[in-house]
Design a protein around this ligand. Sequence first.
Ligand SMILES: *Cc1c(COP(=O)(O)O)cnc(C)c1O
Length: 403
Amino acid sequence: MDKLPATVVAAIDQAHARQEDPLALFIYDLDALQRHVTQVMAALPEGVELYYAIKANSEPQILATLAPLVHGFEISSGGEIDRLQACPTRKPFIFSGPGKLDSDLRAALQHQVEAIHIESLNEIVRLQRLALEAGRVQDVLLRINPELPSPLSSKLAMAGTATPFGIDESELARAVSGVDNASHLRLKGFHVHAMSHQLQVERHEQLLDLFLQRWPQWKALSADPAAITHLNVGGGLGVNYLGPQQFDWQRLCAHLGRSLAACADAPVVRFEPGRFISAFCGYYAIEVLDSKTSHGKHFLVCRGGTHQFRLPVAQGHDHPVIHLPRHRLTPAATRQDWTVVGQLCTPKDVLSRDCPLTGVEIGDMLVLPLAGAYGYNISHADFLCHPRPPQVFVQEAGVASWG
Ligand SMILES: *Cc1c(COP(=O)(O)O)cnc(C)c1O
């Protein structure tokens, strides 16, 4: 993780040349994204699909890179539909999320959404009305909030507990008959996005096996079970921000392949990860503005901060930091624990605490990797009216496009 791609370093150098003020910018390595997703797709078992959940990062260059490689996209708003319309490669898309607006649903119907994931009993009635108005019979999946054994829950549970997502499993029979009786809805399958930040592959294997076990029971609730073919198992694959060991996707896929082979009536399984797809390609690069010692702690005050990269505070972790010195380190350079903060006038503006770095000087760059998902787009960039950071997309031979 400590090695930065040459294209990323080159983009930082170019940014220095373009701007007088100290730097804060995001850099996305599109080649790395392409390589990673190619590997992710190659591991999928026969008949298993992967849709990218674009809320993790829906920048046009990211979508354009991914579109030729993934089976489709998962979206959760009208704004995200617009992002897909602007993408040069057209791919199928599916629509999940609580609180969908009528205008969002109309846009989805108009743009031939592949499937809408229904989140509540009320949404069945509303979507039936809108589909009827649009003169379209719409495929839907029912999003289930299932009963889960407690060991299978994770840090950020979306299901298996009280949440605003999906339909309680106890109400699933009502929901299925509601869709069965709706003239313009066709029940295509079930959707469970149960968690986020899953780092333990064994647990995820157990979770998928549990869904496959319930699959025949869920299907049997319908008057026409044969028409139900799809099981969307959500996203939630974790990224390890604190160590080198990443989620073992290859192993999960191999396990799923065996489980599906053992199923009498296997569904088309669909994944919809966001974080695990785009996190690895992104870097947040910030320039050291000041250094100080306060009550025994050493601080590096940097350009930018959590208003541009809220991820570490949102998750309560100390983000890894790579030091990019301007000058070659001298033998006298000392190693010291630094707390890396931004420019905001709040003590919460902390990117990393007690981070051991050697020979840091004002004007050096610090680079925070794993910043490609839920980084800039979940941040409150207008706080304190600082300028928004450039987003730079690098590709082979250092060709950079500026966003
Ligand atoms: C956010 C979300 C995803 C993607 O989650 P990741 O943790 O980024 O993989 C997938 N499906 C739904 C319904 C979501 O809300």
